[in-house]
Design a protein around this ligand. Structure first.
Ligand code: TYM
Length: 349
């Protein structure tokens, strides 16, 4: 049995892939909850945000653009309001901390093939790729994600609804390893408790504006239904004004039958910072969709304008200095966990 040497401050952690520009779904689902924690609760928690660059090529990408995308995304994190001068906040790149890859291999050997095969995101993504383009990396991507979380003993992991199953897997593998080897890992809180912690009833799923049956996604080829954080406010307005609704002709919050309209109501609540119930009460029963679209467009335009002003002022030198500090500190923390695991599985004496 190994002794537990976890740090005492609870950790909130998230990562956002840098394959493409981030969109408002990424912002609302993962970045905003983390920024809120980093500004409101940073004295009580250690806050980790990282670029999962090793996750970037689980699906094919243009590798020559990855470096620029990583910088671009780090700038977006800062523009979203992360306080770089806060010593409880850590910003880092996954591939700069080798323990992520090493722990992944160990966890791989305790993960069932069937377990990975059941992951909905794997099924979705692999169905879009030809057999020879489905990589083993795409298959065991949730294991790397579990390593990302468990190395730092994260308790809370703000993610959108599409990542919930991966988070459940991180809990499962942590509990399984703890059962076999003693207390190796802090098990992240159950998903329901996570939602409660971030003040939500469920995980967020912002929908594509053109095809509201599916989620807004970075990998959407046309980008017509996606609002990127770098879109000009006017381009964003156009996308919202031409968002797909339905032919029922009455505003109601009904995700099943009116996903487009429901998505617009959610976006208005989130960007205007108002309770969803209040927004629904204001628009419910209206027979025109135009006023709702205009209100959403106004709120998104105001948000993007302020955000992009902040983005223009982000200083890359400050980011690089923060990365150097955080990566050194996190390498040490991750190595402590890795060594504990290596000892437990017999790799170290
Ligand atoms: P990624 O890069 O696909 O997405 C980043 C975050 O944005 C959320 N998200 C959404 N939320 C609401 N509505 C949407 N339409 C929407 N689209 C995306 C995602 O749920 C995610 O929280 N595997 C992760 C990255 C990762 C990670 C981790 C996250 C790697 N290691 C460890 C947390 C902890 C991913 O691909 O997210």
């Amino acid at each position: 049995m190994t002794t537990q040497t976890h740090q005492s401050t609870p950790v909130i952690l998230t990562g956002l892939r840098a394959n493409n520009d981030l969109h408002i779904g990424n912002y609302l689902g993962a970045l905003m909850p983390l920024v809120e924690m980093a500004t409101v609760k940073s004295s009580e928690y250690q806050i980790n945000i990282f670029v999962p660059d090793l996750h970037s090529f689980t699906t094919p990408i243009d590798h020559s653009k990855l470096q620029a995308q990583v910088t671009n995304n780090l700038r977006l994190y800062v523009a979203a309001g992360l306080p770089l001068n806060n010593s409880n906040l850590h910003i880092y790149r996954q591939s700069y901390i080798p323990a992520h890859s090493e722990l992944t291999w160990i966890l791989d050997c305790f993960t069932g093939f069937g377990e990975m095969n059941r992951m909905t995101q794997f099924k979705d993504k692999s169905s879009k790729l030809g057999d020879d383009r489905i990589s083993v990396g795409l298959f065991n991507y949730p294991v790397l994600m579990a390593a990302d979380i468990l190395l730092y003993g994260a308790t809370y992991v703000p993610v959108g609804d599409d990542q919930t199953q991966h988070l459940e897997f991180a809990r499962d593998i942590a509990a399984r390893m703890n059962n076999q080897f003693g207390e190796l890992f802090i098990v992240p809180k159950p998903v329901k408790e996570q939602h409660a912690f971030f003040g939500k009833e469920q995980g967020l799923r912002i929908r594509d504006l053109v095809e509201p049956a599916k989620k807004m996604s970075k990998s959407d080829e046309t980008g017509k239904g996606v609002i990127f954080m770098n879109d000009s406010p006017e381009a964003a307005r156009k996308k919202i004004m031409s968002a797909t609704t339905d032919s029922l002709g009455v505003v109601a919050f009904d995700l099943q039958n009116q996903p487009g309209v429901s998505n617009l109501l959610s976006l208005l609540a989130l960007f205007a910072n108002r309770p969803l119930d209040e927004v629904i009460a204001e628009y419910q029963g209206q027979t025109q969709y135009g006023p709702l679209k205009t209100a959403v467009a106004d709120a998104v335009v105001a948000f993007l304008t302020t955000f992009q002003e902040a983005l223009a002022n982000v200083d890359n030198a400050q980011i690089l200095a923060k990365l150097a500090d955080s990566e050194a500190a996190m390498r040490d923390q991750a190595d402590v966990t890795l060594l504990r695991v290596q000892r437990a599985v017999g790799l170290r004496g």
